[in-house]
Design a protein around this ligand. Structure first.
Ligand SMILES: [Zn+2]
Length: 163
C-alpha cells in the first residue's frame, strides 16, 4: 500500500462517519495550516494523523474534554475529530451577532494563551459537549471507527516493512 493509498483509505473511513452529519473531512495538509479545524463555509472538518497529544495545546484540549464528564475513553485524535464535527452540529445555535461576540472574545483569550477560558467560549464548549454526548451514547460506533483506522495503519506499516 502506498502512502497515498493509505491516506485515501483513512479519508474514506472518516468521511463515512462525518458524512452522516453532512460534513466532509480532509487531511489538514490539503487545506492550509490548521491542524484540527472546522471550516463552516465549506462544511469541512480537517484533521491530522496525530494519534496522541504532542503539544501543550493538545493536552489542554484533552483536559478540557474531562470537564464534560465523558463515560468513554478515547484518544486525542477521536476527541479532536468529534469536537470538530461538534462545531458543525452546533454552529446554528449561535446567530451572527453571537458569533461576532464570541470571536472577539476568542482573540482576547488567545492572546493570553489561557486554555480554560478558551474551551469555555460558548462555541467551543458546545462542540465538546456535542462530542462527549455523542461518544457516551454511541461508544461502540466511535470505538469501531478508531479500530478501523488502527487496522489500516497497521496494514500500511506492515506493507512498508515488507516493501
Ligand atoms: Zn473548537
Amino acid at each position: 500500500m502506498t502512502g497515498t493509498d493509505y491516506e485515501t483509505k483513512v479519508k474514506d473511513i472518516i468521511n463515512d462517519f462525518t458524512g452522516k452529519f453532512g460534513c466532509r473531512a480532509l487531511p489538514a495538509h490539503l487545506l492550509g495550516d490548521n491542524e484540527f479545524y472546522y471550516y463552516p463555509a465549506i462544511e469541512t472538518v480537517v484533521y491530522v494523523y496525530k494519534f496522541c497529544p504532542r503539544f501543550k495545546q493538545d493536552r489542554d484540549f484533552m483536559n478540557s474534554v474531562k470537564m464534560h464528564n465523558p463515560k468513554v475513553k478515547l484518544n486525542h485524535f477521536m476527541w479532536a475529530l468529534l469536537h470538530e464535527v461538534g462545531h458543525h452540529m452546533t454552529e446554528d445555535t449561535f446567530d451572527e451577532e453571537e458569533k461576532d461576540r464570541i470571536n472577539k472574545k476568542r482573540w482576547r483569550v488567545m492572546k493570553t494563551q489561557a486554555i480554560h477560558p478558551y474551551y469555555r467560549l460558548p462555541d467551543e464548549w458546545a462542540a465538546t459537549e456535542w462530542a462527549v454526548t455523542y461518544a457516551n451514547v454511541h461508544a461502540e460506533e466511535v470505538k469501531n471507527l478508531w479500530e478501523k483506522i488502527c487496522a489500516l495503519t497497521n496494514e500500511y506499516k506492515t506493507s512498508r516493512a515488507i516493501a
